[in-house]
Design a protein around this ligand. Structure first.
Ligand code: GSY
Length: 160
């Protein structure tokens, strides 16, 4: 039998509509139930001010999770989009309010540059709402393009 390769992936989670924390927990439960995906670690969930989008948006709840994944990055993306849809996400407005946002941040050391999937997430290193929870659960993981650890990237974002 050929052993299936298991990749360590990190995802970002966000919600600013409805019961935000309950939605995120529910999404993680659904993910963990998918064959080939195991939720290994979850960061604290933090409340953050909205970045971008319409000026009157509510605050977000954001978090990050570590997965063990024997699916490809494309297959993981499909599963994330399906969960977003099941949890009532409608893509009305780019950068607009949302029930649930699930983003692949890192997928092992893979570098993917396709129109619908870019990994590492191209904006992750600029976003405190991503880097604060991610550096809690993956402080020593190295960004495959920048060569810096998550802790170093997060510290740099805190500099005035
Ligand atoms: O890209 C994720 C959705 N999003 C967020 C978010 O998750 N948190 C915060 N604080 N602002 C955001 N703006 C967008 S768009």
């Amino acid at each position: 039998m050929i052993a299936m390769q298991s990749i360590r992936a990190y995802i970002g989670l966000g919600s600013n509509l409805g019961d935000r924390a309950a939605t995120i927990i529910q999404a993680l439960t659904m993910l963990d139930e998918i064959p080939g995906i195991q939720v290994v670690q979850i960061s604290q969930l933090i409340e953050t001010s909205p970045v971008g989008g319409p000026p009157d948006q509510s605050n977000y709840i954001n978090g990050a999770a570590e997965l063990r994944c024997s699916l490809s990055a494309e297959e993981l993306l499909e599963q994330l989009l399906a969960i977003e849809k099941q949890m009532g996400r409608e893509r009305v407005q780019p950068w607009g309010p949302r029930t649930l946002d699930l983003d692949i941040l890192l997928f092992g050391n893979e570098i993917i540059d396709k129109p619908h999937l870019k990994v590492p997430h191209p904006l992750m290193q600029t976003r405190r709402f991503v880097m604060i929870p991610l550096s809690q659960i993956a402080p020593d993981v190295v960004h495959p393009l920048l060569g810096s650890t998550m802790r170093q990237i997060q510290c740099a974002l805190e500099q005035p």
